[in-house]
Design a binder for this molecule. Structure first.
Ligand code: THU
Length: 135
């Protein structure tokens, strides 16, 4: 049973480390591995823009580079840096695709916050007709 509120709190903690001076939009993510570990990520921008990293892929890269595979859920929060998140913040299309390559699409849950409560859907719902590469 996933503790969605805890996962959102972890994403909010991660968001505090966002480096987003160019967009002014701070994002935090918390990725729950099946072994129970939580990997935090925040967006990290660059003055040359294209190397900028989304919070979700930072969290995923941390986990994968530690040899962790098998994930249950990802919480995301985002808002202008000087504001508290109040609207749901969903992963961008690039992150949806990258995540889809490391999780079970129809089981993996995306958690956002709406009206102070967790709102949960599957990655398959956010990425219908996904490109699935036969490995
Ligand atoms: N961003 C994320 O970190 N995750 C998303 O899913 C959407 C966008 C970041 C990228 C950039 O640093 C800032 O938010 C504004 O787009």
């Amino acid at each position: 049973m996933v503790d969605y509120k805890l996962l959102l709190d972890e994403a909010k903690e991660a968001r505090k480390n966002s480096y987003s001076p160019f967009s002014g939009f701070a994002v935090g993510a918390a990725l729950l591995a099946k072994d129970g570990r939580i990997f935090r990520g925040c967006n990290l921008e660059s003055a040359v823009f294209s190397p900028s990293l989304c919070a979700e892929r930072v969290a995923l890269a941390k986990a994968l580079s530690e040899g962790v595979t098998g994930f249950s859920a990802l919480a995301v929060v985002g808002a202008k840096a000087e504001e508290e998140p109040s609207e749901p913040c969903y992963p961008c299309g690039v992150c949806r695709q990258v995540l889809s390559e490391h999780v079970k699409l129809r089981e993996f849950e995306i958690v956002v916050e709406e009206d102070g409560e967790p709102k949960v859907c599957t990655l398959a719902e956010l990425l219908p007709s996904a490109f699935e590469f036969e490995k």
